[in-house]
Ligand binder design. Structure first.
Ligand SMILES: Cc1cc2nc3c(=O)[nH]c(=O)nc-3n(C[C@H](O)[C@H](O)[C@H](O)COP(=O)(O)OP(=O)(O)OC[C@H]3O[C@@H](n4cnc5c(N)ncnc54)[C@H](O)[C@@H]3O)c2cc1C
Ligand code: SF4
Ligand code: SF4
Length: 397
């Protein structure tokens, strides 16, 4: 167990550590620092004490596996109707760079039914090897079956790195695998690099509400696991001349899966997948009336984009939850994000601030959304959006 201790004979009560703690977990009593129960052991205060009074105790971690046995970079090849989803191709692009630095093969793990064509696609996008398991049980994503089969393949071939798309399925699969294997998982990485000497994956992601970037390593366990959101990494150009190996992997298909997918239903109105859209037009409470959603839909349609929403209008029932962007909704990073009548609350920004270009329309010039917008239009959304539709229509035609 890791712990933090104050050496009271060294502590002068100078309070330097208090300002270093982002959680307000240090107080001073009787001129001595005291750690409160809400300490998360984040370590941010570790170097703040000039008097060496703050001591971190790290019990040596128990290493469950011989990490030198683990070699190779893997990508989970999530597929929909036999076609790899876009983030898989992006992860193969990044995976190639990591594999080349480590001088190991890049492999994809493909689970499904009748998906061999997808295996060939994965090779054209950079995979050297595709571990394929073809079974009716794996036709649709299923937590229990996918986790079970994936773990069998990991235990057999022992990869050192596994990259998984930060999609709905990927976010469910990755923690199941990491907890079953007792290994580390870093979610929503925005940068992946290699420390070649230590063969460590340097996993960078925003922390503390996006205020700092943290680089996280998993030194004692293997595989090292990361999830990455769609559109963060770049895919390679497909190369039809690439050759690779498709290994039909021998695993035990679970026979008593407790849940079964009986029917797949496409979300109503979700013409374009929000996570993959290049353009998103989002509406907030500033549109004033659910009837006005039609101008937002029109702008999205003219730009070939998808419709997003703030939680305020989802909670009001103006649009379905599957459109919500933010901390408790979807996290998107399109090329262009329109925020129409959205104030820019931190919880909304958590879902869209990595968009390439943000265009905000708001009648309040002091709205926080303007602080992160690349282009701001101060005006009534009900007037500005129809003008944009008209202008884009005339230019596009
Ligand atoms: C735990 C937690 C999780 C949350 N998760 C999310 C989340 O995932 N996503 C999310 O969005 N929110 C989330 N929220 C809610 C968030 O805090 C805000 O309440 C919400 O984002 C506000 O939505 P809004 O910007 O549409 O509405 P408001 O904050 O009410 O803003 C409306 C904006 O429209 C402008 N406006 C009004 N009329 C017009 C007009 N005619 N023309 C132009 N502008 C106009 C106003 O100036 C204002 O800036 C969460 C909150 C909590 C506590
Ligand atoms: S910084 Fe060190 S000496 Fe100062 S109050 Fe904190 S623990 Fe005590
Ligand atoms: S470890 Fe983190 S949470 Fe705990 S006292 Fe130090 S800074 Fe605060």
């Amino acid at each position: 167990m890791t712990g933090i201790k104050i050496e009271t004979d060294k502590c002068t009560g100078c309070k330097l550590c208090i300002s270093a703690c982002p959680f307000g977990a240090i107080t001073i009593k009787n001129m001595k620092a005291e750690i409160l129960n809400n300490c998360t052991l984040c370590g941010a205060c570790s170097s703040s004490c000039k008097f060496d009074a703050l001591q971190f105790e790290n019990e040596k971690l128990q290493v469950d596996n011989d990490i030198t046995e683990y070699k190779g970079v893997w990508v989970f090849a999530e597929q929909k109707n036999g076609i790899p989803v876009s983030v898989v191709l992006e992860l193969l692009g990044q995976g190639r760079k990591l594999a080349e630095q480590l001088q190991v093969p890049l492999s994809a793990v493909l689970l499904g039914e009748n998906v061999e064509d997808a295996a060939k696609t994965l090779i054209t996008y950079g995979a050297d090897v595709v571990y394929l398991v073809d079974s009716p049980v794996l036709k649709h994503y299923n937590d229990e079956a996918y986790t079970d089969v994936f773990i069998q393949i990991i235990n057999k071939y022992k990869p050192e790195i596994i990259l998984i798309g930060g999609t709905t399925y990927g976010r469910s699969l990755a923690p199941r695998i990491s907890s079953r294997l007792n290994t580390g998982l870093t979610a929503d990485c925005t940068g992946l690099e290699i420390d070649k000497d230590k063969r460590l994956l340097l996993q960078t992601r925003p922390a503390f509400g996006g205020n700092i970037m943290a680089t996280i390593v998993c030194p004692n366990q293997r595989p090292q696991m990361s999830t990455v959101r769609p559109k963060v990494m770049k895919s390679l150009e497909p190369d039809a001349s690439r050759v690779g190996e498709i290994i039909k992997t021998d695993v035990t298909i679970p026979s008593n899966v407790k849940t079964k997918v009986t029917k797949m239903v496409s979300a109503i109105n979700e013409k374009i997948n929000l996570l993959e859209a290049d353009v998103i037009v989002s509406a907030g409470r500033g549109i004033e009336d659910p009837q006005n959603m039609k101008i937002i839909e029109e702008l999205a349609e003219v730009l070939g984009g998808a419709v997003g929403a703030s939680r305020a209008i989802v909670d009001s029932g103006w649009i379905g939850y599957n459109h919500q962007i933010g901390q408790t909704g979807k996290v998107v990073s399109p090329k262009i994000y329109f925020a129409c009548g959205i104030s820019g609350a931190i919880q909304h920004l958590a879902g869209m601030s990595s968009s390439d270009v943000i265009i905000a329309v708001n009648k309040n010039p002091d709205a926080p959304i303007f602080k992160i917008a690349n282009f701001g239009i101060v005006g009534d959304v009900l007037e500005v959006v129809p003008l944009l539709v008209k202008e884009f229509k005339s230019r596009i035609s």
